[in-house]
Design a protein around this ligand. Structure first.
Ligand code: FAD
Ligand code: FES
Length: 285
């Protein structure tokens, strides 16, 4: 964590660019206004920040790589769901927000070296896996095949189009999309399927026994993805999921995010599947 003295104090960051991704999804590119913080700040793929919309409230948001890989810049892609995120939609370039973080566990980038990597996401679950995907691509010869499967309600919900195109055109990398809508599903760039992301799993051209799977999306989706990979031969310990729960302190003090014996903010949000298999199996927990 960047802030050793007071983990509750947000640090001011400036929005250097506000990008509208969809009618209720937006991305803010940030930099700290304090040059020292700006130069010190770093995060690991899968971690999150607490973003304070001044005077309204704080929300947990996953950290996304800067799209231009500019040092000292990082992004958050945010979907409007309630009070804080609705207000944040009105932010503009030049506005300030408070940032605490980074918090939480990260994707197993070291363990994935030498293995095929499969990223499976649904909806805005793609945001927490951008940094992991970029890390594989930046160290391409250290990893095996890279397969990215993303599921959306319909094609007009597809964000990060330029990024997916770049990924798909990278060495030994394939992007596949699934949509549940009845709209035409071939835009010529990637393979599309109608239905669930899991439909792609049995036909993947990877070495399942030597693969690492990272998945974020609705919990029933992650559960189905984990089960399907294990059925296909992936080792349960090599399947990783990320859990989302309402958070306040983000440092294991308030109990807001507690799930059984777990404080998701500090023991997670990224978990190996066997560590949360029983929790994921309980509907509505
Ligand atoms: C580790 C982590 C990473 C996250 N990353 C992102 C991200 O990258 N982008 C993004 O848009 N959102 C992300 N979220 C979710 C985000 O924190 C919530 O959407 C946000 O807190 C909602 O705040 P609000 O005041 O706008 O809505 P509220 O008014 O607080 O809530 C509106 C509705 O959403 C539900 N809700 C609120 N927070 C959560 C949650 N965490 N999980 C499930 N339901 C919730 C509430 O129960 C309520 O029904 C993440 C959450 C966690 C825990
Ligand atoms: S958010 Fe307070 S304990 Fe996790």
């Amino acid at each position: 964590m960047l802030y050793t003295n007071d983990a509750y104090t947000p640090h001011e960051a400036e929005i250097v660019e506000f990008i509208k991704d969809h009618h209720d999804i937006f991305t803010i590119r940030l930099k700290f206004t304090d040059p020292e913080l700006d130069s010190k700040y770093s995060f690991r793929p899968g971690q999150f920040n607490m973003i304070y919309f001044y005077g309204v409230g704080e929300v947990a948001i996953s950290i996304v790589n800067d799209r231009d890989h500019q040092k000292g810049r990082f992004e958050h892609t945010i979907q409007v769901v309630g009070r804080v995120t609705k207000g944040m939609m009105k932010l503009q370039t030049g506005d300030k927000v408070g940032v605490r973080g980074p918090f939480g566990t990260s994707w197993p980038m070291a363990e994935a070296k030498g293995k095929d990597v499969v990223i499976v996401t649904g909806g805005l679950g793609n945001a927490p896996l951008v940094a992991a995907t970029e890390e594989v691509l930046q160290n391409r010869n250290q990893y095996g095949k890279l397969r990215v499967i993303h599921g959306i309600k319909s094609q007009d919900w597809l964000i990060y189009q330029d990024m997916y195109e770049r990924w798909h055109n990278s060495p030994d990398t394939k992007v596949m999309m699934a949509t549940s809508a009845e709209d035409p599903v071939d835009n010529g760039k990637w393979e599309w399927k109608k239905g669930f992301v899991t439909a792609y799993i049995p036909e993947l051209d990877i070495d399942f026994a030597n693969s690492v799977v990272m998945t974020v999306g609705p919990e029933p989706m992650m559960l189905a993805v984990a089960k399907e990979f294990i059925k296909a031969g992936a080792k349960p310990d090599n399947v990783f999921v990320s859990l989302e729960r309402s958070m306040k302190c983000a440092i294991g003090h308030c109990g807001h995010c507690q799930l059984g014996s777990q404080f998701i903010c500090k023991d997670g949000a990224v978990y190996p599947y066997p560590a949360c298999e029983k929790l994921l199996a309980v509907k509505g927990l």
